[in-house]
Design a protein around this ligand. Structure first.
Ligand code: E4P
Length: 216
């Protein structure tokens, strides 16, 4: 399963990319609003750092505007993926952009039918929002299971990108269900490293090494 960082923070991306575990980045207008500077320049810098798929979201809500913005954003870097908020206008825009070989990540997916429709118009990724479903007492991971099943049944090449991830358990569940990608806030990636027994074990190894050296 590929791991994307769900952030617009260059600092966090610079910290985590050298570890070799980051396959891409997803951004959205809310994440970009937390950063200072021109969003397009930030997207360019993220692409240079990650050298993998980087989702940049359009602001337009009509198909014509989405297509125009999508074309513009795609000129920033070869790694840019155009993120469209799901809807009828986004389906039209996705079809047009896909025909131009511009990759689309259909976002704000909350049902299997929305994912199916997005796959039919050539979306490269669908982004089901798991945490926001959990927040309203729905089992977010049921949606991932359904979409993975549907895409496998028909051989859709569209990748299932698990979004709105709240913790490492979501990452494990996504991987067990065979999701293609899990996009994680940097804090979730940090949590994936941690285990108290690893820390305790290392402290003991080092202490025992010191003891053995004292005998030499
Ligand atoms: C990713 O593509 C989404 O923009 C993001 O995961 C949304 O997460 P949130 O529900 O924590 O805002």
């Amino acid at each position: 399963m590929k791991i994307f960082l769900d952030t617009g923070s260059l600092k966090d991306i610079e910290t985590l990319v050298p570890l070799g575990i980051v396959d891409g980045v997803t951004t959205n207008p809310s994440l970009m609003a937390k950063e200072s500077g021109d969003p397009k320049q930030i997207i360019k810098k993220i692409c240079q750092l990650v050298k993998g798929p980087v989702s940049a979201e359009v602001i337009s809500t009509d198909a014509e505007g989405m297509i125009r913005e999508g074309r513009e954003l795609s000129t920033l870097d070869e790694h840019v993926i155009i993120k469209l908020p799901f809807g009828k206008e986004a389906l039209k825009a996705c079809k047009a952009l896909a025909e131009e070989k511009i990759k689309v990540n259909m976002t704000l997916i909350f049902s299997p039918t929305q994912a199916l429709l997005s796959a039919k118009v050539g979306a490269a990724y669908v982004s089901p929002f798991i945490g926001r479903l959990d927040d309203i007492s729905h089992e977010g991971m049921d949606l991932i299971e359904a979409i993975v099943d549907i895409f496998q049944n028909y051989g859709f090449p569209t990748e299932v990108l698990v979004a709105s991830v709240r913790g490492p358990v979501h990452v494990v569940q996504a991987a067990r269900l065979g999701a293609d990608v899990c996009t994680c806030p940097p804090s979730v990636v940090e949590a994936m490293f941690k285990h108290p027994l690893t820390d305790i074990g290392l402290a003991k190894f080092l202490k025992d090494y010191e003891k053995s050296q004292a005998k030499v």
